[in-house]
Design a protein around this ligand. Sequence first.
Ligand code: BES
Ligand code: MN
Ligand code: ZN
Length: 471
Amino acid sequence: MKISFSKNFESSDVWVLPFWEGPKEAADLPVPMTGVLDDFKGKNGETAFYYTAGQRFLLVGLGRQDKACVEALRKAYAAVVRAAVSKKLKKIEILFPKCKQKEEFLRGIAEGIFLTNYSFTYKHDTIKEDPPVLLEKVGFVGVEKLKLIDEVETVVNGVHFVRDLVNGNSDDKLETILKAAKKLHPKVKTTVFDKKRIEKEGMGLLLAVNRGSEVEPAFVQASYTGNPKSKGRVVLVGKGILYDTGGLSLKPTDNMLTMKCDMAGAATVLGVVKVAAELGLNVNVTAVMPLTENCIDGKSYKLGDVYRSYAKKTVEITNTDAEGRLVLADALAYSVKNLKPDTIIDLATLTGACVVALGDDISGLFSNNDDLAEELMQASEMSDELIWRMPVHSDYFENYKSEIADMVNSGSREGGAIKAALFLKEYVGEIPWAHLDIAGPAYIPKPKHYNPMKGTGHGLRLLIEFLKNRA
Ligand code: BES
Ligand code: MN
Ligand code: ZN
């Protein structure tokens, strides 16, 4: 998308005018607009087209001025994009609202626009018949170019990268992820373990989950070293289930329908490393991705059988649909042992229970370290990607007692998100660790504000804020 800055309106498909909620004066209008002042309330996200003097205007409500914030602007300008795109308009010029907080406002407006300006389709004749229309040119009027616009663009391109990976066909996911990981950025070093190497390493849980799949597993590490002088390293582990049928504990159709999203954690951590490198952040960060399908086959891993993890602990399988914690356990234990992280954060579409608890807007945060949890809460406030801390209540671990192995892999349904986090905690030792259960926000059934339906890329902006604060 082309972005420009100018003093006055230039020719374009539509001129966008901002309004605060409340009484308006005729002087607020650049040209007389009959009726507009009575009709248009200026509520956040309210939009209306107005045609006069051969020019198309789009009025946008920003909401109450005393409640102005970055998130309110994202939402308001998300509505602008939806309104413009619904009329197939491709070039818009935006009159910048009068304000003191130029940086904040530009960030909110630009993020709202770029995040919303996204589409993903497999419709067969999109070139000729029904091309998805997106904005191609956005002009900002009445504000000078600020440096942050480039950063916003880089970050949102990262969000789009994640959405594309999540929305793509499951059958293509392994290939696309490996291809992307290998050419992520010149400064990112990527290693891929194939099945042989995974066997040699002894990642028995990843291999167990993979048994039912025609597609061989992969274990990918992508490292960016932006601060070579420091020994510190943040390791981000992403659940990479390329498709989750549930395995022999087969999911019913309705629950399986969305399970191409089950690698959203992996896609997000890969996107974070890409963006960190592109921004040249002064941090060391590695994305770790255990990748496999959880499919069903004569060779599928079986309930009641016991498998040995990378950490040597044995696990009795009591539900093959609790596969995420298994592949993460191996990835976490491997990372702790080999990558010397000072901080380890995993992202996973881990439990339906977390969606029941927090819904589609909010991810569950679990941590063994209050400072790390606080850092993530701050990053959440900066990015407006919502997370909420839940207890890692160790008493519930009694659920995992096995008669024949060190633990089973699934407990009872009550507090399922907490119990899943407890399982992971067994594999991180004493290292400051946080787990984000993104099962709700990673993939949504219908568009909401600046997020499209399906893959949202939730978590990327949050983790970039987190890394920026560390840098
Ligand atoms: N991938 C699912 C969790 C999920 C559910 C993600 C809904 C996104 C939306 C995960 O592998 C799973 O199946 N979890 C089970 C755990 C249970 C068997 C202990 C669940 O949540 O039912
Ligand atoms: Mn599952
Ligand atoms: Zn899963």
